[in-house]
Design a protein around this ligand. Structure first.
Ligand SMILES: [Zn+2]
Ligand SMILES: [Zn+2]
Length: 404
């Protein structure tokens, strides 16, 4: 039986006829979905009420507070715990990215696959660094997997932000306004301004809703919602910092807008942007991989700038690495379509005949296998293959599992 990984609007891990889907956003999956964190590009499975979703309680509460509807069929998971799906055990580890973010480790008799989701490597104002662990196949995000993504120390970024807000914007009668991610960076900004200054932080609605959940989990954050009377008063007075989502349209005149994002690392020096990131940068990605000591690395979540990352890993570390695609990958390398298909057919046939002591006729098996999408020819050649290897034995009536 083969342990395989492939990409299909998410990451699919299969072993012995069972499977799990990580961060898939399509309803066309036959497998239970594990959602790594609440960012919309990862949590899409929650748009499909009929799917079974495993996610942390924090992730669930974030989605609920952000008014995602019909969050049915949710099963809670927690860091340090695991869930068994047939022969695949999925263990949950901290990812250090945003509240409730986790990595998933799929453990099978043939080896382990670590799926990172998005992860952060340094301790931040609100998160602890991602856990690293040994694994066979590492499926790693590479959002910032290029040398130009080198983030300064978080403390230095924080000081720059404070300096700009308190010494430039506010004295000039402008409101320092940070456009940023509502989940993660927004809370980092609140936390750093709370810790380093006495300037009140005003938050746009979505940032408020997310921060309320952080507070529920014990994060000490002080902020005022922009639409509350107190928030409006602060904005009128001009003596505050405003935190608002990247895409928001701002109606006030006296705002000085800055971006807070990892992308600031590669932006024009003249644009106001601070490299505050909840992702690993280039060097942190490499050190994460080094610490996990994988046999193979499969990358996902990168763009044109990070195309060379897998090549670099292969050349600099001597670890086989490439971007994960639709094609099935195993511990040893990619599997051809035909081979893969036959392996799936063997697995399915064994599952169908699994109950010992019963015999199955060939026509019945062909019909049963056809319901699962295998042709008569495929089923017949699978029967032949498994009989030759003495996994099945033929009887007067048909076939059964060989119990010797
Ligand atoms: Zn994310
Ligand atoms: Zn992401």
């Amino acid at each position: 039986m083969a342990l395989t990984v492939r990409r299909s609007r998410g990451v699919i891990v299969e072993y012995g006829g069972a499977g799990v889907a990580f961060d898939t956003n399509t309803r066309n999956t036959e497998y239970p979905v594990f959602v790594s964190h609440a960012h919309a590009d990862h949590a899409g499975a929650f748009k499909h009420p009929e799917l079974t979703k495993y996610a942390t309680e924090q992730t669930y509460n974030l989605l609920e507070n952000l008014r995602w509807r019909r969050l049915e069929n949710w099963r809670p998971v927690a860091v340090g715990r695991s869930v068994k799906i047939d022969d695949i055990e999925v263990r949950v580890h901290n990812a250090g990215h945003v509240l409730g973010s986790v990595q998933f480790e799929a453990i099978t008799p043939e080896g382990t696959v670590l799926y990172t989701g998005d992860f952060g490597m340094g301790n931040s104002y609100t998160m602890e660094a991602a856990k690293t662990m040994g694994c066979d196949l590492l499926v790693v995000e590479t959002t910032f997997g290029a040398p130009m993504f080198k983030f300064p120390r978080r403390k230095d970024v924080a000081m720059d932000m404070v300096r700009w807000a308190v010494m430039e914007a506010i004295p000039a009668g402008r409101i320092p306004t940070f456009k940023t991610d509502s989940i993660g960076n927004a809370q980092e900004i609140i936390s750093l301004f709370n810790g380093l200054t006495k300037v009140p932080v005003v938050t746009a609605r979505s940032a408020t809703r997310v921060s309320d959940v952080y507070r529920m989990y014990g994060h000490k954050l002080d902020y005022v919602d922009a639409s509350s009377p107190e928030g409006r008063e602060l904005l009128d007075s001009g003596r505050c910092v405003l935190v608002t989502p990247k895409g928001s349209k701002l109606s006030r005149e006296n705002l000085d807008v800055a971006l807070a994002s990892g992308w600031a690392a590669i932006m024009n020096k003249r644009s106001r942007a601070f490299p505050l990131s909840d992702h690993a940068d280039f060097r942190e990605l490499l050190s994460f991989i080094r610490r996990c000591r994988p046999k193979r690395v499969l990358t996902f979540h990168g763009g044109a700038l990070t195309k060379g990352f897998a090549d670099y890993v292969r050349k600099s570390m001597g670890i086989d690495a490439k971007p994960l695609a639709a094609r099935e990958e195993t511990l040893m390398g990619p599997v051809s379509r035909g081979e893969m298909r036959m392996k799936a057919c063997y697995d399915q046939l064994i599952r169908t005949i699994r109950i010992p002591g019963f015999e199955y006729t060939e026509p019945w098996l062909v019909k049963e296998m056809a319901r699962r999408g295998f042709t008569r020819g495929e089923t017949k050649s699978a029967i032949r293959h498994l009989t030759e290897r003495k996994i099945l034995e033929s009887t007067s009536e048909g076939f059964r599992i060989n119990q010797h």
